[in-house]
Design a protein around this ligand. Structure first.
Ligand code: GLA
Length: 385
């Protein structure tokens, strides 16, 4: 029995009836970190780990959610006035349901059984994957069709307005629009996306430091504020700029002395990272993986030194990877302060890479890393079984 059929049969035992099943993937970002909320460029890919949602209509105006991973059931009325977050996983689901309702699309009561295999707190977008899987499930169950980019925007809004986390658009957009065997290059201002084929003999090796990024949300918001502060000051000298996306490195060099040194370093990361993403897209389109890898290495240094969102464990992992045979490049991925690194590895070297990373990382940190060898997956879909 495949995973979707298994989930459907457990749904039938729990709620009765035959559900439809939807999935939305996690993602790994190849390059372009902390650029999305600066209207910049990112280049993520979806990966095989995912959240699955089994759904069938209920007779009432109630959503009943069961998380298999947490062994918890939560229920709420769709029409409850003044809904408030509970501060747990169900907020992502409820936020999505409320945001769909507020967008003028009526959704129906339903039972949902949720199962995910994305490691939590590892920077692989388990929350965006949950939001998107639930959104496509609720919309389909209510007979509403919606363009995937609109679904992504709606989920981002739910996270911002209901859950209370001010994330960018990268994770939800990737969960909705990614394409198998391709990296997604996204302009986070226009939302124009291009898909770049990933060579068949290349693997995305995701290594988990096992350090949870708990510090991340406070520091994340602080970085956002620092970027906004940079734009505010620089706009006195460069009229018309709206975001760090609008600033060139030459302009930053010319007017950087007007910024507090910390703000200057934050801005330098974002401006240089945007240039790296564009160079990476060109490198990938001409098959120049050496160049792509070098841009990843520079991205990590910039995140470590200028943006200061790395941590010793991420640095150890990147150093280790860069010293191994068959590795084009390596860097931290996601928000930082823990979580995972991404390394581009030639397929034939993947086994020796995994062994050496596991041994080397444990020797230096005393922690056993998890290593996931991925290739790029498709965005959200209905699972037929
Ligand atoms: C988190 C956010 C994204 C993005 C990254 C950093 O994953 O959810 O929107 O800002 O951090 O690149």
């Amino acid at each position: 029995m495949n995973a979707a059929a298994g989930l459907a049969s457990r749904f039938a035992e729990l709620f009765g009836g035959a559900p439809r099943i939807f999935r939305a993937p996690g993602r790994v970002n190849l390059i372009g970190e902390h650029t999305d909320y600066n209207d910049g460029f990112v280049m993520p890919a979806a990966i095989q780990v995912a959240t699955h949602v089994a759904i069938a209509p209920a007779q009432s105006r109630r959503l009943t959610l069961r998380s298999e991973n947490l062994g918890e059931t939560v229920a709420f009325e769709l029409d409850e006035p003044g809904p408030r977050p509970r501060g747990d996983w169900s907020d992502y689901v409820r936020g999505v349901a409320i945001t769909i309702g507020r967008s003028g699309r009526p959704i129906s009561g339903a039972n949902l059984l949720i199962h995910g295999n994305i490691p939590l707190g590892a920077g692989l977008s388990s929350s965006a994957s949950l939001e998107v899987a639930v959104a496509v499930a609720l919309l389909a169950d209510s007979g509403v069709t919606m363009d995937p980019t609109q679904v992504a925007l709606l989920c981002q809004r739910a996270e911002d307005e209901f859950v209370g986390a001010r994330c960018g658009i990268m994770d939800q957009f990737t969960a909705c629009n990614a394409r198998a065997n391709h990296a997604l290059m996204l302009d986070c201002r226009s939302l124009d996306a291009a898909h770049f084929e990933i060579p068949r003999d290349l693997r995305l090796a995701v290594c988990n430091t096992m350090v949870k990024h708990e510090l991340a949300s406070g520091e994340y918001n602080r970085r956002r504020q620092q970027c906004e502060e940079g734009v505010r000051v620089l706009s006195e000298f460069i009229p018309g700029i709206r975001a760090l996306r609008d600033i060139t490195m030459e302009q930053l060099q010319e007017f950087g002395s007007t910024l507090h040194p910390t703000i200057l370093r934050r801005c330098r990361h974002v401006v240089s990272e945007n240039a790296r993403v564009q160079a990476a897209a060109q490198a990938l389109s001409r098959g120049d993986l050496e160049e792509f890898g070098e841009l990843m290495r520079c991205s990590h240094l910039s995140l470590r030194d200028d943006y200061e969102v790395s941590c010793p464990e991420l640095d150890v992992m990147v150093e280790l990877a860069l010293g191994l045979e068959g590795v084009y490049g390596s860097r931290m991925t996601g928000g930082g302060f823990g979580g995972c690194t991404i390394s581009l590895v030639k397929a034939e070297w993947v086994d020796s890479f995994s062994r050496a990373m596991a041994q080397g990382y444990e020797k230096q940190t005393g922690m056993r890393p998890e290593i996931y060898i991925c290739s790029a997956a498709d965005g959200a879909s209905e699972e037929l079984f």
